[in-house]
Design a protein around this ligand. Structure first.
Ligand code: ADP
Length: 650
């Protein structure tokens, strides 16, 4: 790309340098009386001092011709070219002397009108200066370019007469005293000026990308070169008297026709080929378009489609979008998706969708929308980024399916299940409550009769009976604590109201209560600023206390116990974690431990009833969350639980 732009610039600079050099040499030639540089072909016309001077001035004007702000000096140069050439034209036209031809040097080489430019040269400079002035305004640019091409034709004819070696006496007065280097410099400087208006007139056709311009570029060298070469060939034969003029003309005609026919045929074959190629491509495009239209029709039939720009402004919606949202196309286009927002989703949720702005990903999810008349509808939505030529996301296509019916059914089913589950749970808890409550009575009777028996008959009992009594008392003790735990479990969550709880205070209270154990076991409890949650006070306290006491209880014997408590805010809930560096739990037991009375160790290894984590599970469920553990044997455990973030939930 850069090379293509640079090349013409370099060519332009070379041409300007050449013009400046040649014109300077000619001027020096005049001062130093060096005729070889004044007329390159011996005996032919000389380039006059004035011509060289005007070329010198003109080349400066060409360099700056495109810049809007012309320094005054350039305008002065242009006007100087205009005045000198105009006065010379007047001199030639009316055959008078205005004393401008030998202003700077004396012409001793010309017999007629010494120092005066030929009419052709003066006319070319006059037109050239007009053309330079014309370039200064957009209105006159095109006319200015036409003038330049006129100069090119004049200079070209003059150059041809030199190459074909036409003697001066055969030339018209107009051309007679125009030097070969003058013609060439006119060709160069005019072509340069024509290239300054590439988007206009003939230059545009000449350098354009269309097929007409292509054809012109192929034909032009031929149209100019072939007749020119043939004329040169014919004239040299005639000059040598090698052939007769009649035969020469016939030969010229036959050769010109043959070459023209061959060349144009070759070009036509090429054109036909590219035409066939183009037709093929056109057909392909038509087919692809048809295919795409079919895809679009199919998509429109089943999906709600919309396209928005980088700022979320909707630019396109299909009929289905309007049909379902009840908004008209005119009302939607130019708006954001706020127009169909139901305000159901949290900020986090919406931010997640906009995260695809800078990515390649497609977002897929369920969105609750609102129609113009306020009805809610659910859509399964895919948001796909569309790329521009540079590979940047510039538009987003949203393809949606109306899933309102399915969602409503799901919600209905879910609420049915929830109700059923709630009833069953209540029944179960009722049962556990009654059972544990009623079991306490016979257990108390057994315990007190055991005590009576043991005190009254202690001395009559042998050693074996005493041991049996001790076992019975231990078993009833354990049974009593199991029943108490069961009773606590069934009571959980019934007495309290949801309140705002500062978890930092809860943890501090627990640490205070467990102070002795913590010191004895050398335990460290680390926690950073924990959030406030809306929950059941006793429940939350019990939950955290159970997890902390378990972490201490199941510590490694040879390592200080470290407990880390953290909380992370997620979309609609807060995720807590209680991590320890204790004995860990094997993978296969990680689900089982949350069931009631499930323990992994013998009573004499670790104290406990196996109900602590069941408590935790129930408390977490009461807060609309979940509990789970990540652990491996000997590598500590990390208990996670979530609590619905009622405070920020929308
Ligand atoms: P308990 O602590 O009374 O045995 P839990 O319900 O609190 O009952 O715990 C159930 C079982 O889960 C425990 O017996 C123990 O095997 C395992 N467990 C609980 N917490 C941890 C922990 N932090 N590290 C290792 N094992 C644990």
């Amino acid at each position: 790309m850069i090379k293509l732009k640079k090349t013409p610039k370099i060519a332009e600079q070379l041409i300007i340098a050449f013009i400046l050099l040649l014109s300077t040499l000619v001027m020096l030639g005049w001062f130093l009386n060096y005729p070889k540089i004044l007329s390159i072909i011996p005996g032919s016309a000389t380039m006059k001092f004035n011509s060289a001077l005007l070329f010198f001035l003109s080349s400066f004007c060409v360099i700056k011709s495109k810049k809007k702000k012309h320094p005054l000096i350039l305008l002065f140069f242009t006007l100087l070219v205009l005045i000198i050439s105009f006065l010379t034209l007047i001199e030639n036209l009316f055959d008078i002397n205005l004393f401008i031809d030998n202003l700077f040097v004396e012409d001793i080489y010309s017999s007629k009108n010494p120092g005066r430019m030929s009419t052709a040269t003066a006319l070319c400079f006059f037109l050239f200066s007009l053309s330079l002035l014309g370039l200064r305004s957009d209105k006159t640019k095109k006319g200015s370019q036409n003038i330049v091409y006129f100069i090119i034709i004049i200079a070209f004819i003059s150059t041809v007469t030199f190459i074909l070696d036409i003697p001066a006496e055969y030339k018209t007065d107009f051309y007679k005293t125009m030097a070969i280097h003058t013609s060439i410099l006119f060709l160069l400087i005019s072509s340069l000026l024509a290239s300054k208006t590439p988007n206009l007139g003939f230059t545009r056709v000449l350098i354009g990308k269309q097929s007409g311009s292509n054809l012109l570029r192929k034909l032009l060298p031929f149209v100019i070169l072939i007749p020119f070469l043939l004329s040169y060939f014919l004239l040299s034969l005639l000059n040598k008297n090698a052939i007769e003029i009649n035969f020469g003309i016939v030969l010229y005609t036959v050769i010109l026709i043959s070459i023209s026919v061959t060349y144009t045929s070759i070009i036509s074959i090429g054109l036909n080929k590219s035409d066939t190629e183009r037709k093929k491509l056109e057909n392909n495009i038509i087919l692809r378009n048809q295919e795409l239209m079919q895809f679009k029709e199919a998509l429109d039939r089943i999906a709600i489609v919309s396209i928005s720009d980088n700022k979320g402004i909707i630019k396109y919606v299909n009929n289905k979008f309007c049909e379902i949202s009840k908004w008209s196309r005119e009302e939607i286009i130019g708006n954001t998706y706020e127009i169909t927002s139901s305000n159901h989703h949290s900020k986090d949720f919406i931010e997640k969708i906009s995260e695809i702005n800078d990515s390649n990903n497609t977002w897929i999810g369920e969105i609750k929308n609102k129609t113009k008349d306020g009805k809610l509808y659910w859509t399964e939505t895919a948001v796909i980024p569309l790329k521009d030529k540079l590979g940047n996301n510039f538009e987003y296509m949203a393809i949606k399916q109306d899933i309102t019916e399915r969602k409503e059914n799901e919600e209905l089913l879910a609420s049915k299940y929830v109700k059923q589950l709630e009833t069953k749970n209540k029944e179960l808890e009722q049962f556990a409550y009654i059972a544990s409550h009623d079991l306490q009575e016979p257990l108390r009777t057994i315990t007190s009769f055991c005590n009576i028996l043991y005190t009254e008959y202690n001395e009559k009992l042998d050693e074996q009976a005493k041991i049996s009594f001790r076992f019975i008392r231990q078993a009833t003790g354990r049974m009593s604590s199991l029943i108490k735990a069961l009773l606590d479990y069934s009571r959980l969550g019934y007495e309290e109201e949801l309140i705002l709880i500062d978890c930092n205070i809860v943890i501090k209270d627990i640490i205070e209560d467990l102070n002795t154990t913590i010191k004895l076991t050398n335990t460290k409890i680390e926690f950073k600023k924990l959030p406030e949650i809306s929950g059941y006070k006793t429940g939350v306290r019990l939950l955290l206390q159970n997890l902390i006491t378990n972490a201490i209880k199941f510590r490694k014997k040879d390592t200080d116990c470290i407990i880390k408590i953290n909380a992370l805010k997620k979309e609609n809930f807060i995720e807590f974690s209680v991590e320890d560096n204790g004995i860990g739990i094997a993978k296969e037991y990680q689900k089982k431990i949350f069931a009631i009375f499930q323990r992994l160790h013998l009573k004499n290894e670790y104290e406990g009833t196996g109900i602590g984590l069941a408590h935790c599970q129930k408390i977490v469920n009461l807060h609309g969350g979940e509990i789970w553990v990540e652990s491996s044997l000997n590598n500590g455990s990390k208990f996670y639980f979530t609590i619905l973030n009622e405070k920020e939930k929308k």
